[in-house]
Design a protein around this ligand. Structure first.
Ligand code: NSS
Length: 431
């Protein structure tokens, strides 16, 4: 019966009669012959429709029809070096299933228009390649945790308190109260380690980011891990092994998609070899100052600063020991220098910057209460979280990996909106 296009693009199919179905991706009509490129989820093949075989009606229809009409076709496979994917089908049967008139994307449209037409744009081979790479990233991430003895858990999305600061919280009407969409599962994962010790989750996270940037979404997929008994270094090892494993799986399984996106695979391969370099925030500031960036100790590293730092490394690298003022309340203060926290970011090379944020958690009750107050939160909102320090506190650490950030780097995308089918930003929630 019907074959997928990917299956027929091979020498072993030459001279066989096959049937395919899909959508018209490109077409041209020269004299009495239509050259119709058809795509499905697996590839593109050229189908040759000749007036002399199939009549003039179908060729005339193909001349006028819009792109993206759905069709089915049968015919013999021939090798054709001049055809875009090396083979073509000489049709003995061709049928239009779903008409398309004046398909609204012709090339050269602006960003906002294309976002309005996102439901149609997503079909292009470029996006198809991106979704497949994302699939493999998700599958490899899950597999890494499952193979290494971690438990998957299901934290809530409707939450009562902030994890990553009040400024980016999305309030929602929750019966007669206000609740918030989760920014991170972390605080709930911290609860779960007292039951399962090593836990992970994959959930949507929400950030009401006020400005639109290349690397911020209002809704993104968050892969998070938390483990009892792990200190910061133990957790950084988890992060680098996880990332190395995911990148390895993508290179093995998604090579043709990476090639379609013109991704330099040799640069990506450098990430296959953990350990990744580690520098302290202090060194990061020194490097930036040497490179002529006007930044003082105590300032946060933004996208621009991170980009400069990534030029120093050809694989992912960690920045650690940030000033406590620029990091979250739950990060453990470094006992040897309590001005800084035992926190780490993992930055992707080639200009990409932060893909993971993590830390050892403050496990001391008194210090944590002080940190909650210092950060302007109400202690009563965190009583349940403080209970974890009252009843059998342990050393523990965790991190969160932004799936779209990782995908941006792995696939070599310029903008995070291309890393998710339906991007959400301030001012836009369509479609
Ligand atoms: O704010 S993070 O740096 N850290 C946390 O949320 C911790 N509570 C995670 C944890 O320890 N369990 O966010 C983690 C990652 C960050 O490195 C990015 O890769 C991604 O989440 N992230 C985002 N991706 C896309 N858009 C936005 N707005 C965004 N914010 C964070």
């Amino acid at each position: 019966m019907f074959k997928q296009i990917g299956e027929i693009l091979s020498d072993s199919m030459v001279d066989q009669r096959v049937c395919i179905r899909g959508w018209i991706y490109r077409r041209s009509v020269v004299g009495g012959v239509a050259f119709v490129r058809i795509r499905d989820s697996t590839g593109v093949v050229q189908v040759v429709v000749e007036e002399s075989r199939l009549g003039s009606d179908i060729v005339r229809t193909l001349k006028d029809i819009g792109l993206e009409a759905s069709v089915e076709a049968c015919g013999k496979v021939v090798k054709q070096p001049r055809a875009p994917t090396g083979y073509e089908i000489i049709a003995d049967y061709f049928k239009i299933l779903g008409y398309s008139r004046d398909f609204p994307i012709k090339g050269g449209e602006g960003v906002e228009y294309l976002l309005d037409k996102r439901h149609l744009v997503l079909r292009s081979p470029r996006y198809t390649a991106i979704w497949k790479i994302k699939h493999t990233i998700l599958s490899a991430g899950r597999e890494w945790f499952n193979k290494n003895g971690w438990w998957e858990v299901t934290p809530p999305i409707l939450t009562a308190s902030a994890c990553e600061g009040g400024a980016t919280l999305f309030p929602v009407q929750y019966f007669d109260k206000t609740a918030y969409l989760s920014q991170s599962a972390q605080l709930y994962l911290e609860v779960m380690i007292y039951s399962l010790e090593k836990v992970w989750s994959l959930t949507p996270s929400f950030r009401a980011e006020q400005s639109r940037t290349r690397r911020h979404l209002a809704e993104y997929w968050h892969l998070e891990a938390e483990a009892a008994w792990y200190d910061m270094n133990d957790m950084m090892k988890v992060a680098e092994e996880l990332v190395g494993y995911i990148v390895g799986r993508v290179i093995d399984e998604r090579r043709s998609e990476l090639e379609l996106l013109n991704r330099n695979i040799d640069s990506l391969k450098k990430a296959l070899e953990p350990p990744y370099p580690r520098i302290k925030y202090d060194e990061a500031i020194e490097i930036l100052q040497k490179r002529g960036i006007n930044i003082q100790w105590g300032s946060d590293l933004g996208a621009d600063e991170e980009r400069v730092l990534t030029m120093e490394f050809d694989k992912p690298f960690f920045v650690t020991h940030f000033p406590k003022e620029i990091k979250s309340f739950y990060m453990k203060l470094d006992p040897s220098n309590p001005r800084v926290v035992l926190g780490f970011d993992l930055l992707a090379p080639e200009g990409y910057g932060e893909i993971i944020g993590g830390s050892q958690r403050e496990d001391d009750y008194e210090t944590l209460v002080k940190r909650i107050i210092e950060n302007g939160y109400k202690v009563e909102d965190y009583e349940w979280y403080l209970d974890l320090r009252r009843y059998g506190t342990v050393v523990h650490s965790g991190f969160g990996l932004g799936i779209e950030r990782l995908l941006m780097w792995v696939a070599g995308l310029d903008h995070i909106r291309d890393a998710t089918p339906f991007p959400r930003f301030r001012g836009r929630i369509y479609p």
